[in-house]
Design a protein around this ligand. Sequence first.
Ligand SMILES: Cc1cc2nc3c(=O)[nH]c(=O)nc-3n(C[C@H](O)[C@H](O)[C@H](O)COP(=O)(O)OP(=O)(O)OC[C@H]3O[C@@H](n4cnc5c(N)ncnc54)[C@H](O)[C@@H]3O)c2cc1C
Length: 390
Amino acid sequence: MKKRAEIVIIGGGVVGASVAFHLAARGIRDVLILEREHEQGRGSTGAATGGVRAQFETEINIKMSMYSIDFLRNWDHNCEYDPKGYLFFATTDDQFDYLKGNVEKQRSLGVRDVEVIDEKAIAEIVPGMNCEDIVGGTFGKNDGFVNPLAIMRGFTEGAVRKGTSVEFGVEALAINVDAGRIVSVETSHGIVECDAAVICTGARAAEIAGSAGICLPVSPERRQIVWSRTREPLPQGLPMVIDIGTGFHFRPARDFRSGSTRTDEVLFAYLDPDETASVRTDFEDLFIAKVYERAKLRADFLFESEVVREKCRAGLYENTPDHHAILGGCDFAGLYFANGFSGHGVMHSPATGRALSEIILDGQSSFLDVSCLSLDRFAKGELLHETAFI
Ligand SMILES: Cc1cc2nc3c(=O)[nH]c(=O)nc-3n(C[C@H](O)[C@H](O)[C@H](O)COP(=O)(O)OP(=O)(O)OC[C@H]3O[C@@H](n4cnc5c(N)ncnc54)[C@H](O)[C@@H]3O)c2cc1C
């Protein structure tokens, strides 16, 4: 293994891969990705369902998404971007006002093809859904689906072609700092000296940050997903459908590992209030009953679907107190973070990689000002506010 690299990236998920890709695009060849597993995609990236959306509440999330969706749509690597849309619906006037306010903001920032729709239009987009209690919703046509593993591989291959090295089965154990700057990363295979390091270790990033005495407020939380087979093929063009009140959501299922193109498989989940911070990634049968209780109220085609137990899964969200990412440096020169995506790390990976490469090489991100996502916002009490969190 290399004993020195200009820049070490700790963690080879979609985020670490994107940072490497964007550094390589700027001509930085001496980059080393350290991945503790024996292959990529065993962290949150491999559990992600692959939704992309510009329908957020805060300006920074909307702009991160706009940049990233454009990137994914135009990328010469096939990441399976499929603009099936995201449909948010409201069952109270307050929720509907909130969604309408978000659309106004999204449009003012340049999001195209996002609209406020009524209950009738919702029933047309999702035939078979019970819309009796729905007062309205919003639909973003350019939102949709991607293949998280394909994005991760595309970034990695692009970086490796330009000189990046990847070491598998190597765990970063500690960050070593001296005289106010990073000097090396201690790993399970020895010390790697470096000028800079980027922590891209997903949900468990607080552990490695803590080795340098930094309190990184990233908390892991399990997310479970039920995978089911419907009696009939799903309605054609079914988008991601989200109840903004409960977080209950469903979408056509995609098996990224097998590449199956079945049209009768659906994923559904909701924000389980019983879930607390933990690194558990086991799937519990109890969750199936909870989800079906909600499915029963929403659509027969969901309620009557048959669970494909072996495809149900759980992974970790990497939550921050304000549900926004932490991007940028800290008090130690050369030490950077790309963490805490709170469930949006796949869709925001293109903007994240570019922002980090610019922060490392130029001192700031100029294509998009991401300074509101810096770590010091927590100490300064400058938290952001996003409730379109699922
Ligand atoms: C069920 C579920 C559904 C989701 N759906 C979506 C979605 O629709 N859209 C979306 O945008 N996001 C979604 N997400 C969130 C998304 O998966 C994450 O935000 C994203 O994958 C984060 O990528 P990452 O590279 O930071 O983390 P990871 O993919 O977890 O990668 C981190 C890597 O670091 C490695 N690592 C950790 N510690 C060390 C160490 N000490 N040394 C070396 N290597 C280390 C790990 O092995 C891992 O490979 C979902 C998440 C879950 C759980």
